[in-house]
Design a protein around this ligand. Structure first.
Ligand code: HSE
Length: 306
């Protein structure tokens, strides 16, 4: 088999308190990649999505991830890749991770699955480095493994798949672009000890809540005293949005990745629908386009669709 089509899920990094270490995959939205193995060395890339992303392999997140993978195989083959991106770049929904993860999973499939998921995460991090200037795996890991993942350590890579109760995920994506590299640049490099203590209490609480299926513990642990206060100023009406969603019953939520999307977790569909209505009411008067996704956690990650 020389050709494969994969779907590549959106992901939400950080899960509020776990900056760069927690993330989960979504059922919607998804990108699609068609990858063909050829006997001609090198990579060719074509985007059919209209986002104007670079098609030179060295400047394309899927391209650099594939080049990284190709450094670990015999010479004499190449790939042709067609990317249909539906996750808008700069949305906070892991658009670059979807391309990077999709490319390496598809290539691995065509090569007879010679690489482990951990190897694929390492290759795909080259794409994140290109997109944001830093290697981080909190979008890549759930995109490849599916579900909710913890990056216990990046060097050496130690990824833990987490269990969790069923959730409804409501995501509002204002159609404004916020580059991860910019949203990282505004962060202070030092953290106060009292904030660190509160944050690791929350991370421990969130993970314990997921493993114990304890919705209340999950909800009260989704608090970020380090990153959110700095980044939320970039997101229109963030505080009001969050407060109002929690008032109608959302367990909690916050900035999706580096923003500008905002997500909320709910225990049941009725609450998720109320959250959607609240989000719409708050953003409708602002005068810019937005899109709301009502979705769930995706436990499969990148999938072969054809
Ligand atoms: N953890 C990263 C950040 C995710 O928040 O900058 C980027 O999508």
């Amino acid at each position: 088999m020389d050709e494969v089509k994969v779907s590549c899920p959106a992901t939400i990094a950080n899960m509020v308190c776990g900056f760069d270490i927690l993330g989960f995959a979504l059922e919607e939205p998804k990108d699609y990649i068609l990858l063909k193995k050829t006997s001609k060395r090198g990579i060719s890339i074509k985007h059919i999505d209209g986002y104007g992303l670079p098609e030179t392999p060295e400047q394309n997140v899927a391209g650099v991830s594939l080049l990284e993978l190709m450094d670990h195989i015999y010479d004499g083959i190449g790939f042709e890749m067609v990317i249909d991106k539906r996750i808008k770049p700069g949305s906070g929904l892991g658009s670059s991770a979807a391309s990077a993860a999709g490319a390496v999973v598809a290539a691995n499939h065509l090569l007879g699955n010679v690489f482990s998921n951990n190897d694929l995460v390492k290759f795909a991090m080259a794409g994140e480095k290109l997109a944001s200037g830093v290697k981080h795996a909190d979008n890549i890991s759930p995109a490849i493994f599916g579900g909710i993942t913890l990056i216990r350590s990046i060097y050496p890579l130690d990824i833990v798949s987490l269990d969790g109760p069923p959730f409804y995920v409501t995501v509002i994506h204002p159609q404004i672009e916020l580059k991860t590299s910019d949203a990282r640049q505004i962060l202070r490099k030092e953290v106060k000890l009292k904030d660190a203590i509160r944050q690791w209490g929350n991370i421990g609480g969130l993970i314990a809540g997921l493993m114990k299926y304890d919705y209340d513990l999950i909800g009260r642990s989704m608090e970020d005293v380090i990153i959110e206060p700095m980044r939320s100023i970039l997101i229109p009406r963030f505080d009001e949005l969050k407060k109002s969603c929690i008032e109608v019953g959302a367990l909690g939520g916050g900035i999706a990745g580096s923003g500008p999307s905002v997500f909320m977790l709910s225990k049941d569909e009725e609450v998720a629908e109320k959250v959607r209505r609240v989000m719409k009411e708050i953003y409708s008067p602002l005068g810019f386009d937005f899109h709301i996704y009502m979705t769930k956690v995706n436990y499969k990650g990148v999938e072969i669709v054809d």
